[in-house]
Design a protein around this ligand. Structure first.
Ligand SMILES: Cc1ncc(COP(=O)(O)O)c(C=O)c1O
Length: 454
């Protein structure tokens, strides 16, 4: 039935009549069929026109009135209010939509191989979590006590850091730990030294905290400690410099810690992929030298998956307390199921097993990648981690090469994207862990075709 307003009744629609009417009324205002200031018929007249009870019509008007679509004016009646429709929100495209690259072969650095079928250790951990009820209240902001203890044992065993649960804070990964540390310990305007070339997310975190970034050069041994100038903090990747792959030798490590003790600077050790070394055993962590001066950041992103968003921060007890106090107020720490699963994976040796398996798998892929690419430049950083860097002749344009590779279906990272002010040769940062072995071979064939055309 039609009325003097653009409203109809559909008794088969399953939606209560007053809600149907309210919905149609809103749509009519938004598309301009009902204009602001239009005087509405009385509920009695409209109910008669539509063949519904007056109480239905009154309920529809009440609803619209409560939401602000109509207003009563004393002695004059009920009117449509002035509602200017909102433009639909403009959705910003994120830079790396996971799906946008789904069809490409990715040699993007830093992402481990994820087997299509989950293995028993993984399933066991989640089964165990699913059989427990969650804690009855907020849990410890530093992390589950049992997990902190397991992580302290883990970093003591595999990274040589003598520490206890009181030195460990569970995080959502390296970047989360880094940002927490910067928030709690740094003031805007503080100077932070960061390797150049270096990890972009560390640079972004420092910028977001309005720190002054000091670009420190690196060479084949990692951070050039003798180039450090005054800085309240230093971000460093001593085990496998990101992205060039140098390892900081003991003399430089000692010099760095001495420098930090002398200047009062805080050293932030990003230990992102130290588990994977192909020549010697993983090097001891920098934090092993002085937990008062070094904050150590570890992650499951390279060993299990970056999608887990889990990691750990190891520091002095006073520092951990300070960070945990901040977190207790912010509510920003990993949820109980994630932590409980991580605990099971550590306790049952699943993490160790994944590292052993990864090391075997990646060692072959790394050898193949180096062999295929070495005719086109100088391969560096191949002794550890999940990526190598191919340094190219000075006249090469790595941005163009990366763009041509993408066009041909292969994603690689140009080295110049990691550089800030310290000059150096162009290159490609190539992750060999992510694809299956056959996809890796295909991607490298495509890449070498592009490199040989240069
Ligand atoms: C140098 C470096 N640090 C840390 C990470 C991992 O960060 P997160 O633990 O936040 O995933 C990566 C990952 O690509 C990295 O390249």
């Amino acid at each position: 039935m039609q009325s003097s307003l653009p409203l109809t009744i559909d008794r088969a629609a399953g939606l209560p009549l007053h809600l149907q009417l309210a919905e149609q009324f809103r749509a009519a205002v938004l598309d301009g069929r009902l204009q602001a200031g239009h005087r509405l018929p009385s509920t009695r007249d409209l109910a008669r026109e539509l063949g519904v009870s007056r109480s239905v019509m009154q309920a529809a008007y009440d609803q619209l009135h409560a939401e602000g679509w109509i207003e009563g004016r004393t002695g004059a009646g009920t009117f449509v209010t002035d509602v200017v429709p909102l433009q639909p929100a403009v959705r910003r495209r994120t830079q790396h939509l996971p799906d946008a690259d789904a069809k490409l072969l990715t040699l993007r650095p830093g992402i481990p191989y994820i087997a299509p079928t989950p293995d028993p250790g993984w399933r066991r951990a989640w089964r165990e979590v699913s059989t427990q009820s969650p804690p009855g209240g907020y849990d410890d902001a530093a992390g589950l006590p049992a997990l902190r203890a397991a992580l302290a044992d883990h970093v003591a065993r595999v990274r040589g850091i003598a520490c206890g649960p009181e030195n460990v804070l569970v995080t959502n990964g390296t970047v989360h730990g880094l940002r927490l540390l910067l928030t709690v310990t740094r003031q805007p305007g503080d100077r932070i030294a960061i390797e150049d070339p270096g990890y972009l997310n560390a640079v972004v975190a420092a910028r977001d905290h309005r720190l002054e970034i000091v670009d420190v050069p690196v060479d084949e041994d990692g951070l050039q400690v003798d180039a450090l100038t005054e800085a309240a903090a230093v971000y460093v990747t001593p085990s496998h410099q990101y992205p060039l792959g140098g390892r900081l030798p003991v003399a430089r490590r000692n010099e760095l810690v001495r420098w930090a003790r002398r200047t009062g600077s805080l050293l932030i050790e990003d230990d992102y992929d130290s588990e994977f070394r192909y020549d010697v055993a993983p090097l001891p962590a920098l934090a092993q030298l002085d937990l008062e001066r070094v904050v150590h950041l570890g992650t499951l992103s390279k060993t299990l998956s970056p999608a887990l968003r889990l990691g750990w921060l190891v520091a002095s007890e006073a520092m951990v307390d300070q960070l945990a106090t901040f977190r207790a107020d912010s509510g920003d720490w990993p949820g109980w199921p994630m932590q409980a699963a991580m605990l099971a994976m550590l306790r049952d040796g699943y993490l160790d097993q994944a590292v052993r398996r990864g090391r075997r798998l990646y060692a072959d892929r790394r050898t193949h990648t180096c062999a295929v690419l070495s005719p086109y430049g100088t391969v560096v950083g191949q002794d550890a981690g999940l990526h190598i860097t191919l340094l190219l002749p000075d006249d090469a344009d790595d941005l163009k090469i990366a763009a041509a590779a993408r066009e041909a279906g292969v994603v690689v990272a140009p080295l110049s994207e990691y550089r800030r002010t310290v000059p150096g040769p162009p290159g490609l940062v190539i992750g060999y862990a992510t694809p299956s072995t056959s996809d890796l071979h295909r991607a490298l064939t495509i890449l070498t075709e592009i490199l040989s055309r240069r």
